[in-house]
Design a protein around this ligand. Structure first.
Ligand code: SAM
Length: 282
């Protein structure tokens, strides 16, 4: 498919227009077509950089239906530059179906990297960054959100979430309850913009702080949570193990596990399983 065009996946700024790369400006200027999540929104960016190319809307509601047509345009030898409202396309943004279909059709897909809120936040948060898990937006409803957090409670890697201003308080509250108020976290708000704020603290402290100051509930947020440190897990296991051993000398497994759960705050099921292994080893 050597005569086919190229699909460029172009990152745009997340607030500060100085973060637009010269390469992004050139690729957008040279593309035959710009596919944008919101043509009105991107129109401002394109005008700012004097880019006159034709822009078409590709958003989460029409992406699937537009993909075959865009792939045909690419096959016909035209190049398309794809942008979303802010940051890196496909990262909690549309573009996945287009990129997948283009690649499956043998079309060259070229990333033009730039800003991404998750990575910008991680780079300045001071939390372990050698391993991390990007979770995107937590579910909107509390029960589903808490279920997601429960599954991540023992995760040792740094967790990264996106959150919107109308759910920031509810989400922080659920996080504080599930991960514990003392779990170290960083709230990164309005990155690269006038009111950029990076605040570190326990989840409980961050919840109080945001709750007390209405200004801190405005804008765009990345929440980063320290993973459960390995050392802490070992200390918990060791301490819980000692408690269980003592209780098992006097009590049956299920009672020992229930009491140990009350004493240590750990899950009864987990302690029960552990008690069974202690019994087996004895
Ligand atoms: N594709 C984008 C990226 O590369 O980061 C993310 C798009 S997603 C629809 C928008 C969310 O990203 C916001 O609700 C917020 O959680 C996060 N975000 C985007 N810009 C941000 C900024 N300047 N500061 C903090 N968070 C931001």
């Amino acid at each position: 498919m050597s005569d086919a065009g190229t699909l460029y996946v172009v990152a745009t700024p997340i607030g500060n227009l100085e973060d637009m790369t010269p390469r992004a400006v050139r690729v957008l200027s040279e593309a035959d077509l710009i596919a944008a999540e919101d043509t009105r929104h991107s129109g401002r960016l394109l005008r700012h950089f004097g880019i006159g190319a034709r822009a078409e809307a590709i958003h989460e509601h029409n992406e699937r239906s537009q993909v075959p047509r865009l792939v045909e345009i690419l096959k016909g030898g035209k190049s398309i530059a794809f942008i979303t409202d802010a940051g890196t396309p496909l990262v909690s943004d549309p573009g996945f179906h287009l990129v997948r279909a283009a690649r499956q059709a043998g079309i060259r897909v070229v990333p033009v990297p730039g800003a991404c809120a998750a990575i910008a936040a991680l780079s300045a948060a001071g939390l372990p960054s050698d391993r991390f898990v990007f979770e995107g937006f937590p579910p909107a409803k509390s029960a589903a959100r808490r279920a997601v957090f429960e599954k991540l409670r023992e995760e040792s890697r740094t967790l990264i979430f996106y959150e919107s201003p109308h759910r920031i308080l509810e989400s922080l509250k659920d996080m504080s309850e599930v991960f514990g108020p003392g779990r170290e976290a960083v709230l990164a708000r309005e990155l690269t913009k006038q009111f950029e704020t990076l605040r570190a603290g326990g989840l409980g402290e961050l919840l109080d702080w945001v709750g007390r100051d209405a200004d801190q509930q405005l804008g765009e947020f990345v929440i980063l949570i320290h993973g459960l440190p390995r050392a802490e897990r070992e200390v918990i296991d060791e301490a819980a193990g000692r408690v269980l051993e003592i209780l098992l000398e006097e009590l049956p497994v299920s009672q020992a596990a229930a009491l140990a759960a009350k004493i240590t705050g750990l899950k009864k099921n987990m302690l029960y399983e552990y008690a069974l292994t202690l019994k087996k080893d004895a």
